[in-house]
Design a protein around this ligand. Sequence first.
Ligand code: PHE
Length: 437
Amino acid sequence: MFILAVSGSAIGLGNIWKFPYITGVNGGGAFVIIYLICIFSIGLPIMISEIMIGRKGKRNPITSMEILGIEETGNGVWKIVGFIGLMAGFLILSFYSVIAGWTFHYFLLTLQGLFIETSAMEVKTVFNQLTQSIPKQLIYHSFFMILTVSIISKGVRNGLEKAVYFMMPALLIIMCVLLYYSITQGNFSEGVSFLFKPDFSIITASTILVAMGHAFFTLSLGMGCVVMYGAYLEEHESIFKTSIIIVLCDTFIALFAGLIIFPIVFANNLDPGAGPGLIFQTLPLAFGQINGGILFGALFFALISFAALTSAISLLEPSVVWLIEKRQIRRSTAAILMGLLIWSMGIFTILSFNNLSSFVFWKGTIFDNIDFLASNILLPISGLLFTVFASWFMSHKSSKRELSDTTILQYNIWRFLARYIAPLAVIIILINFIGVF
Ligand code: PHE
């Protein structure tokens, strides 16, 4: 069940919405290769580290880090790592909810048959109408936050895991239908070469940072939610194997989404670098043309909304549990309080697409900056600290016990990656970005 909970957290808008859009903006193949290297050399060892910390600490990420910090190093200051993660989760959920709202809107539009035989131009107009409308986005954003808060209030983890169990195969089936469309109707060869043929000349320090940040984002790392879920992992289950399965599934779904979307982009002369609207401007074209498009389309957007919901729950859960333990308040009060704060923050993302769209600084609009700060700076920093703690400060005995089912070679691979490769890579990429080198 743990696998399902973490997969529910990991697989979400990051795979279907964000991966294709940032791959498009960052020029394709070379970005994808750097992303894959980051997933396996940084993401995987950090996921193992975070689960270890969670299972040993057994509490919310902040308290777990405090307890383990005192136990292993005599210093509770490690709880700061949990705080950085919570801050990132707070920022991420604020925009995540807005985008999840978009997917829900598209579910309704598809159900109404709006995209039948539609053109690329019309699809673009529909998307612009949504992003220009503050009230519409507010309604969907509120709806999504209310849903997330009410599920968290009830603490229905078990039901969700069962739902994820059905969601994944259903999502895969629809993605296969879409892939068939892309192969037959899209410009498949150009899509594949965009996705996998690297051109390293276009890579900058910022591109590398975005690829690494996305490895954290898509695997839900650095934010404490894997630590949180790790607390529920049974002692006899294998952290090593579980992590590998989750990482492989997540990566598979992201690449799959890319293979679906880019052939449609090129067949319709769309811009791969269209930004956050990319999937909303491409997939409706496919649904408009295939047999049963209304059904498949509506199901697809419903499933994505659902995948977003299971991720959103994991984004909110750690801060709510922390609030409950810290302030001794009721679960529902904590959930509503955090939900309200995050909801208000989300308004800035909504405005980034209309009234404040020309208010650009540093990385772009307010939304771009919130995303950049949270995903590419905060997640890597706290992920780095989680892994440094697990591999350098946790005693050999403790980490060996958590990874007791691994062979010596597997254990040493984790330890080498977690001690040297992942921390060094994160530090070098961050410093390189800051421009010190
Ligand atoms: N991993 C989720 C996704 O890909 C997003 C997420 C990020 C969830 C960080 C939890 C923590 O959509």
